[in-house]
Design a protein around this ligand. Structure first.
Ligand code: 5AD
Ligand code: SF4
Length: 482
């Protein structure tokens, strides 16, 4: 099929346009497979957060529809890097990979190399790729991942050496394209895209764009479809799920959405991420009390325990407000597991500020915490702040914080030892033969002897021994019926 033909003939509306390109690509892939006498393979490397993981499932869905077979081999015919730019080390990893892709592509000249995701929303990055990585075939961003088939078609049938398609903001939310889930029984579900919070250290609002909620009917029908396809656990995804619905023309908030998801037959567990402490409403706490399927776990990023640092971070809560919120959560949702994100070494952070962070960690007693060394992101307000903290001071604080967190979480995580809990069996344990790995409602893992036929079921497990960050257990009954 000739490129100008499809470009002109392709429908102007989505998803019809992409379905037409998927169809056209399927023919190209089929012919190529016949020539080679083998299937064409694809490999996606995903960096960063759950949003990127979900985007990769969508990208894989499109690739499979076009006829590509997924592989773990880096010598695939189509290699895609779905990038993250939240901290500089994620960027460096991508450049590292590109170095080795270059030599692989020399041996395998038909290989198509594509880059997408948050890093590509930064003009300096795209410029560097254009200049120094000319073997890259396709570059696209965060707002147009649904156009993969069209971009690949352009690269494979047109004359462009490198197809670059970056949008500075979202144009539309395209529903109903194929998705290939990593797990049969659980799935992420985007409820909103982007972020309007502009925390002063964070690049996400610049690369993911303005906050934009999906319509509730689209979210609910996606979850109903997932349930019909065997999914029993959903993770509702957004940078700031607590402000869900604010930009919609109807009146709906996150608590209401949660109640509606709770009604969907077949879904047995609901998780969500991420919650911004400033927007966590009493209505949401009530919804969590009322909805039995909502897991007893909240990821509540602290970032810093110092009210002064929080102010400069533009987090819009103080240490005291955060601690009050935690107290309320513990009172209203007994046994809830709390996890968090903390940044060490934000510009101007003093030892006293850092002590405030340690104080919050000791008071809240998180199940676990992700700790990050502050990374200067060009274009964010914090990058221009004076008093950047020296590296050795940051490293010392980071180590002290990690020690504190490890010690506390080992104590906290053992609190359910000796009880029987419901566990969703996620996979066969790779390290111990005859063992399965499952997840508790509070997100901790448990390993226990069992048969692979139980994967994807909810079972009762007796938590015989706490190992600090996970449990060892024994099956305590047959799979629990819905
Ligand atoms: N430096 C270090 N950590 C950061 N995060 C976001 N931006 C930065 C940065 N510039 C962390 C925050 C956020 C998590 C996803 O990444 O803790 O919650
Ligand atoms: Fe970044 Fe803050 Fe938005 Fe989270 S809430 S994505 S830390 S700007």
């Amino acid at each position: 099929m000739d490129s100008s033909f499809i470009m002109e003939e392709a429908p102007g509306t989505e998803p019809e346009r992409q379905l037409a390109f998927i169809h056209a690509m399927r023919e190209i892939v089929r012919v190529r497979c016949d020539e080679l006498g083998r299937p064409l393979t694809c490999r996606i490397h995903t960096f960063g957060c759950q949003m990127n993981a979900r985007d990769s499932e969508k990208l894989l869905g499109i690739l499979e529809q076009m006829g590509y077979q997924p592989t773990e081999d880096d010598d695939a015919d189509f290699v895609l890097y779905n990038t993250c730019t939240v901290r500089d080390n994620a960027n460096q990893k991508v450049y590292g990979h590109l170095g080795s892709v270059k030599s692989r592509k020399r041996k395998h000249p038909d290989m198509i190399v594509a880059l997408c995701g948050c890093m590509m929303q930064e003009p300096e990055v795209v410029e560097r790729i254009r200049k120094s990585y000319s073997f890259v075939d396709i570059v696209f961003g965060t707002h147009n991942i649904y156009r993969l088939a069209e971009l690949l078609y352009r690269r494979m049938t047109g004359s462009e050496q490198m197809v670059i398609d970056i949008w500075d903001k979202a144009r539309d939310i395209v529903e109903e394209l194929p998705v290939e889930r990593k797990y049969a029984f659980k799935s992420g579900v985007n409820i909103m895209f982007g972020c309007d919070n502009f925390c002063s250290y964070c690049i996400v609002p610049y690369v993911r764009g303005r906050e934009c909620s999906r319509r509730p009917e689209d979210i609910l029908s996606e979850i109903r479809r997932l349930a019909a396809d065997g999914v029993i656990e959903v993770m509702l995804l957004g940078q700031n799920v607590n402000s869900y619905g604010k930009n919609l023309d109807i009146s709906i908030d996150f608590a209401t959405l949660l109640r509606e998801v709770d009604q969907i037959e077949g879904i047995r567990r609901i998780r969500f991420m991420t919650s911004h402490p400033k927007d966590l409403s009493d209505d949401l706490i009530r919804a969590m009390q009322d909805c039995a399927k909502v897991c007893r776990h909240l990821h509540l990023p602290l970032q810093s325990g110092s009210s002064q640092v929080l102010k400069r971070m533009n987090r819009r809560y103080t240490k005291e407000q955060y601690l009050d919120l935690v107290e309320k959560l513990r009172r209203e949702l007994p046994g809830i597991s709390l996890t968090t994100d903390i940044i060490v070494g934000f510009p101007g952070e003093t030892e006293e500020d850092f002590q405030e962070t340690l104080d919050v960690v000791r008071k809240v007693r998180y199940d676990s915490a992700f700790t990050f060394i502050y990374s200067k992101r060009t274009g964010t307000p914090a990058a221009a702040m004076e008093d950047q903290v020296p590296d050795d001071v940051i490293q010392d604080r980071f180590n002290r914080l990690l020690d504190e967190i490890r010690q506390i979480s080992a104590e906290v995580c053992g609190r359910d030892e000796g009880t029987v809990q419901e566990v969703l069996v996620e996979n066969v344990n790779d390290h111990q033969e005859g063992y399965l790995t499952g997840r508790l409602s509070n997100n901790l893992l448990v390993h226990f002897p069992g048969d692979s036929s139980l994967v994807g079921n909810i079972v009762s497990v007796s938590l015989t021994k706490s190992m600090g960050f996970y449990y060892m257990g024994e099956l305590a009954g047959a799979p629990i019926a819905p």
